[in-house]
Design a protein around this ligand. Structure first.
Ligand code: PLP
Length: 404
């Protein structure tokens, strides 16, 4: 195909809704943890498309599954089921607490399904009035109106008129605050078992266990949003396994498709039965093409080699970042879990995370931020050690420039 117009960053401003501010770099191809842009400049990818590309770019297992399914059947709608969806659901059920799976296309949609299920369950089982949903300040659950309202950032949910009601927020890791607003009117608590967008905040063991106990005490459902932490990111298949607290409903997306859009809400048989025929749905959810790719991603990640590799590679990152910090003293803390790592800037560099991201890009390494003060790393779970080392060397050059 030939174009009669230049396809460049300026075209974004001409034709795209201005809700994003993308970089000037336009990547055109990737292989493993390396990416090349239109000018053939090479980048090491420590961003992973925001914790999505769990197996890097163009992993042979994913490309194979995509091409194989592409020659068979792409889409059917939910008037019929399909083999890839059934196989993927069976594998998820076999390897988690859940008995049942609902497929969506994104994290927000998986969370939307989780919240609607919780409300429907409460109405069916406990009658009207048990509608309170509690979530946490700085939490992130997606951008549909229900999920963004449950998310804990007013900047994202304000300005769109009346919001879905009976949603409350308390501080993460503040068990007393949660206890104080919970009652038998609480329908569900939605929580990330490690806050991602909110700044790579891990729950204390006491807190996460306490949340489970309070839910049991008040007959409320515990919903784990594992859209960012799921599918190997923290070194466990799901983060709930690492904290040893089992939710009633769990959502998974991002890494689930390894770059192909898919999400899922998983739960028990007892709860699933409340989403009976006609109560919820999606045209594309459980699409054969998406499920075929996700099945390959799930199979590839869910091995002791890859999951143990995440823990080993995480140590290498943290050691590398600490070594950089020993020279330049720019971070006050390195935190997170597995290959979801946050480098928290010191007081001197408050608000400058984006400057570090931009400087790193100049040096040929793609990173992320989590708010204005944290540089976030969410690379491929199978990134070669040599790419970690080379990427950190490039990142160090960026830090050296800014630390001057
Ligand atoms: C990214 C994210 C979402 C939203 O997922 P989308 O696919 O963008 O809708 C929800 N929850 C968490 C924890 C996330 O990190």
């Amino acid at each position: 195909m030939t174009n009669h117009f230049p396809v460049d960053r300026k075209l974004f401003d001409d034709v795209m809704v201005p809700n994003y501010a993308p970089s000037a770099v336009i990547p055109v191809r990737g292989k493993g943890s390396r990416v090349w842009d239109q000018q053939d400049r090479e980048f090491i990818d420590f961003a992973g498309g925001i914790a999505v590309n769990c197996l890097g770019h163009c992993h042979p297992a994913l490309v194979g599954a995509l091409k194989d399914q592409a020659d068979k059947i792409w889409h059917l709608s939910n008037v019929m089921t399909n083999e890839p969806a059934l196989r993927l659901a069976k594998k998820i059920v076999d390897h988690t607490f859940a008995d049942k799976v609902y497929f969506a296309n994104s994290g927000a949609e998986a969370n939307e399904a989780a919240l609607k299920l919780a409300r429907r369950w409460a109405l069916d089982v406990h009658g009207a009035g048990k509608t309170q949903i509690i979530a946490f300040n700085q939490g992130f659950h997606g951008r549909t109106f229900f999920t963004v309202t449950v998310g804990g950032q007013k900047a994202y949910s304000d300005g769109f008129g009346p919001k879905p009601g009976d949603i409350d927020h308390v501080d993460y890791n503040d068990l007393e605050a949660l206890k104080a607003i919970m009652s038998d009117k609480t329908c569900a608590v939605m929580i990330e078992p490690l806050q991602g967008e909110g700044g790579l905040v891990s729950p204390t063991q006491e807190f996460i266990e306490g949340v489970r106990e309070l839910c049991d005490q008040h007959n409320a459902l515990l919903i784990f949003d594992e859209v960012q932490t799921g599918v190997g990111r923290t070194g466990d298949l799901y983060a709930y396994m690492g904290v040893n607290v089992v939710p009633d409903i769990l959502t998974t997306a991002k890494a689930l498709g390894g770059g192909f859009p898919i999400g899922a809400m998983i739960t028990t048989t007892e709860l699933a039965k409340h989403l009976k025929i006609g109560t919820h749905g999606s045209t594309y959810g459980g699409n054969p093409l998406g499920c075929a790719v996700a099945e390959a991603a799930f199979d590839t990640v869910n091995t002791p080699e890859v999951l143990n590799g995440v823990k080993e590679k995480a140590k290498r990152y943290v050691a590398g970042l600490n070594a950089i910090n020993a020279k330049y003293n720019v971070f006050k803390e390195i935190r997170g879990k597995g290959l979801l790592i946050g480098a928290v800037l010191t007081e001197q560099y408050q608000g400058k995370a984006k400057d570090f991201l931009n400087a790193a890009l100049e040096e040929g390494v793609m990173t992320l931020v989590a708010g204005a003060n944290i540089i976030r790393f969410a690379p491929s779970l199978v990134i070669p050690d040599t790419d970690i080392d080379e990427g950190l060397a490039r990142f160090e050059k960026a830090v050296a420039k800014l630390a001057k």
